[in-house]
Design a protein around this ligand. Sequence first.
Ligand code: AGP
Length: 609
Amino acid sequence: MCGIVGYVGKEQATPIIIEGLRRLEYRGYDSAGIALLNASSIHVVKEVGKLSALRSRLQKESPVGTTGIGHTRWATHGVPSEVNAHPHHDCTRSFMLVHNGIIENYTELRQELLDKGHRFVSETDTEVVVHLIEENYSGDLLRAMLSSMRRLKGAYAFAVIAAHEPDTIVAARCGSPLVVGVGNGCNLVASDASAVLSHTRRVVYLEDNHAVRLGRDNLVVCDIAGNEVEPNVKEITLNLSDMEKAGHPHFMIKEIFEQPSLVADVLMRRIPPTSREIDFQEARLQTLGLDRIRRVMMVSCGTACHASMVGKYYIEEFARLPVEVDVASEFRYRNPVITDDTLVIAISQSGETADTLAGVREARRRGAKVLSLINVEGSSIDRESDATLYVYAGPEIAVASTKAYTAQILALFLLALFLGRKRGLLEEPHFREVVKELRLIPGKMQSVLDNHEVVKICAHKFSDAPNFLYLGRSYNYPNALEGALKLKELSYIHAEGCGAGEMKHGPIALIDDTFPVVCLAPAGRVYEKMVSNMQEIRARRGILIAIATEGNKEMAAQCEHVISVPHTHEALSPLLTVIPLQLLAYYVTTMKGLDVDQPRNLAKSVTVE
Ligand code: AGP
């Protein structure tokens, strides 16, 4: 939701912090700020708007200091403004703090501090923390942080500097991600590893309710009670090149075009050409007691939830296990029936989504085993699950999820085959036939991408439409929801996804000649039903855009636009039909001149409720 970066070392901190914030800007970008510690004086620069506005200010002011903290904000409490931008200071301006998360009891704390004479300048929840640290400080910043943590409720990741403690950063987390970069002669702290990667591959993923004091060449980790904890230093495998656009105009289009190769790479990893089994070794599935699992519940948000819905069809089809899909924000507040034969599967690209993380904790509290499908190794959900299946999509920078979605669908398909085999329900010949078709998918995805100009023409025709409707059935029903989400979150055009069979129960009332309707109609068991629904729309002068299987002649006769995808196993068709939907959203958005990688009001990782 927000990005935090801190540096303490021998070099000037400003360029290092700004480079780190640039890598985190996808997390939030309505304002940004930096605080530098130089001897015992602190210099703060804050700006509304994107990081580029802060960078321009810094070129004029160029503050010095080899210790500093920076922040990119996604506003939760208080409008985007310079005064609400982080870092926030105490009454004496001796402490500067940046925060990612939400302090749920900030109102009572603010009143308590006001009663003690503290003066606040911002509307944020964050500001109470820096005044709490001021209140608790008696010569040791780490101790003051720990005392303050014990008063807080909510989710947070902090970094704080103090005029009285040169060459020192104190950081802490509970519920929001924070990673320490262990360098040579320097140490860093950031919301995710990508921001420290150009300085070190050695990281410590801070645990919840832990705090750390960083010096130039030392670090001390403590738990909330003040007991020192041995830092668990890991080596990260991320590559910086994966963080760049590689010649593409935007991260989103780069990530859309990466999908064929990522599917090919995952297949090579999970079912090597000579292998007859699916390799999930790193996932530690044996800890889940799969033999006694009789039902599955899936918990996720947004695009990941649409992938879960596709996974429901797969697991019920191949493993014959009943599957229930919940959005995490509902799951965690209802009273789910979880028995000891329930497997909960959490899906999350970032592994930091607050609602999904809370769903994982609630499921485990109720005695379920949790398997998570994650893209970011070392993330909170990864570390709090009983077993983790990595989807290996590589870093996904664009706020709109694309390649992670197809990687999640692929992972669920393979998991369903794995469970089906394990339960003796998927005979060898059927398994081989499905895997044979699966191995053709990367090439078929590529041919859809090669045909991207057709989608661009379609986008050009309809980019001014005020509304869109997306229809699908069976395996492609979730894709209808996903296509609508992509369009609305990027182009700000209202778009709705709907099961095609549901049209006549209400949505068909919307149809007129201003309404483009995107219909997912690949060959398969429900194709004829889709054709009937399309005819109902046509009879009401609706504008039909079909995603259909190559060679389909009848679609051209009744649709304004047909986008073809190669023939494949019906269950695998979502991996192909989603690509035109991703491209359509991308082209419409860029034609409207909007920021496709950082759409308004959104953030890549929703780490608050
Ligand atoms: C994806 O396009 C959306 N930006 C959003 O719905 C996202 O899928 C959702 O916030 C879940 O994120 P996660 O996969 O990181 O948990």
